[in-house]
Design a protein around this ligand. Structure first.
Ligand SMILES: [Zn+2]
Length: 415
């Protein structure tokens, strides 16, 4: 048997199959054709000794509807293959009206595998949902969105909506209920953003604890609660008790899952409390967009945006953070491989390293030392390990890590 590529002597960690050990992986015709402790060198060999070899990473929360969503939308391959990530899921950029553009201008030309959770709103995530008046219940069309989701199952894997005090102050939970109706009609998961997005309507005040108590019962098994660690009001920690909302536990028991959705609002203090309480995120999701990461060639007026952030991050940086917070390396890897594959209903296609699968593979390095990890609430910690991407294969094609969105490993603190 000959191969187009052999990844030699890497530590393969594959939570889907439980495999953890040193293996050679043979790739031919874009597929994984052999996984053995040692393969004959029948083809070009890439030595990955000392590296971690995992299924192609899946970022469950991207904003890559470039140009159409204004500065909010990043280049898909910069977030994807050029960052070592083989699949990126746009969360709520495209809508029922703008999905054809997403297919033609984003999904098709990208080297990265591009999917989306379609926006519940007619306009989609323009400029990161900047103008709240575009996102009320009159700006939702259930039938149209269900139809488009059903007609595009290769691209649309879920529905995106928001549960936060700004929207609730205008429309109560009406929009979320419509989002749930869309998800039911399309038979897809509903992904709910937690944490304040818009300012409250003048003269109103919404209790974020009450909002969580009303929202969570609407969610079913397979639906996703995102941003549990937000530093904004309305995350998993009750401001009344300082503990995780009891209703969140009930939801997790019936199969609702948790996506980190790191973004600019990730808080070490919140994450520490939620994880210490025993809740481990199921999927990770970097939630990078044009206002929370620095795009090298853009004129920079990001600071006016409510989601402005300065702490550098990406998917592997977020992995390093949950590793620091006490999850095992295998659990961390599951949040970007096997678990998101299930969330997307695509565990028969992606999320594992197995013979016969398309060769979507990410190669990582776990550095030992002392590294500063920071959030945007001013907390920084010193981690003893840092995960960085080395390269990836997407359907067997190799992509080096060249994205300016990957924070330099030079965040290493001198010993
Ligand atoms: Zn987002």
């Amino acid at each position: 048997m000959s191969f187009d590529t052999i990844l030699k002597s890497g530590r393969v960690i594959d939570p889907a199959t439980g495999r953890d050990g040193i293996f050679d992986i043979g790739i031919s015709g874009g597929k994984i054709t052999a996984i053995e402790p040692s393969l004959p060198a029948n083809g070009p060999v890439t030595d990955v000794a000392g590296k971690i070899v995992i299924a192609g990473m899946i970022d469950t929360h991207g904003h890559i509807y470039q140009h159409v969503t204004g500065k909010f939308g990043l280049n898909p391959d910069m977030v994807g293959v050029a960052s070592g990530v083989t699949t990126v899921v746009d969360q709520g950029g495209p809508s029922c009206m703008t999905l054809p553009g997403f297919r033609a201008f984003i999904a098709e030309p990208s080297k990265t595998r591009v999917l989306c959770f379609i926006s519940a709103y007619l306009v989609g995530g323009l400029e990161g949902h900047y103008y709240p008046e575009l996102y009320g219940p009159d700006q939702v069309n259930v039938a149209h969105t269900v139809r488009v989701a059903r007609e595009n199952p290769d691209l649309v894997r879920g529905i995106k909506a928001h549960a936060e005090i700004g929207g609730a102050s205008r429309w109560g939970l009406d929009v979320i209920k419509l989002g749930k109706e869309i998800a039911r009609g399309a038979e897809l998961p509903l992904y709910i953003h937690l944490g304040q997005l818009w300012p409250e309507k003048e003269g109103t005040h919404i209790d974020p604890n009450e909002l969580v108590r009303e929202l969570v019962p609407l969610m079913d098994a397979g639906d996703v609660l995102a941003h549990p660690f937000t530093r904004h009001p309305g995350g998993f920690i009750s401001t009344e008790t300082g503990d995780v909302h009891p209703i969140v536990w009930a939801a997790l028991e019936r199969g609702v899952t948790v996506d980190v959705g790191h973004g600019s609002h990730f808080s070490f203090d919140m994450a520490r409390q939620v994880i210490a309480a025993g809740i481990k995120p199921y999927t990770l999701g970097a939630d990078m967009h044009g206002y929370n990461v620095k795009i090298p060639d853009a004129s920079d007026d990001r600071s006016k945006n409510p989601f402005f952030g300065v702490a550098p991050f990406n998917l592997t940086n977020a992995m390093s953070k949950i590793l620091y917070l006490g999850m095992s390396l295998t659990e961390v890897i599951a949040t970007v491989t096997s678990n998101p594959a299930k969330m997307l209903g695509m565990e028969d296609k992606i999320g594992t390293i197995a013979e016969g699968r398309e060769a979507d593979i990410s190669v990582l390095e776990v550095l030992d030392g002392a590294f500063e990890l920071a959030d945007n609430s001013g907390v920084s910690v010193t981690a003893s390990q840092m995960i960085i991407p080395t390269f990836c294969l997407r359907a067997g094609q190799k992509f080096a890590v060249t994205s300016p969105l990957v924070p330099p490993a030079a965040h290493k603190i001198a010993a």
